[in-house]
Design a protein. Structure first.
Length: 116
């Protein structure tokens, strides 16, 4: 659920990208970070390992603009761990499931999500 603070005139929304490892979650956030430089409020936070995989999560804060006089802020996160994500389900507004684009890898990604 979005957080609406009428006193500060802010609307804040948290969206989580979820999917199996190496399916493109971080790549999506990196693209948004580059394509929407003017709306990015801060730096993208990404903790990667030597194998170029995200260790915990990625984070990208955006300022979308105004809606009826309120500043709209969106915080984008990536997450691989479904168990941890389910514990936080009341904390975010939406989930984007990211799967592989290759048909073979897509099927394996669906299996990984279904078997968690």
């Amino acid at each position: 659920m979005a957080i609406v603070n009428l006193k500060k005139r802010q609307i804040e929304c948290k969206i989580v990208y979820y999917g199996p490892g190496r399916c493109g979650k971080t790549t999506n956030l990196e693209y948004i970070h580059k394509a929407f430089k003017n709306q990015v409020k801060g730096d993208m936070v990404s903790i990667k390992t030597d194998g170029d995989r995200t260790l915990f999560f990625d984070f990208l804060p955006l300022e979308i603009g105004k809606l009826k006089g309120c500043d709209v802020r969106v915080q984008l996160y990536t997450y691989r761990d479904r168990c941890a994500m389910l514990r936080l389900e009341n904390w975010f507004c939406g989930v984007l499931t990211v799967l592989f684009s290759s048909p073979i890898l897509w099927r394996s990604g669906v299996k990984k999500i279904c078997w968690h």
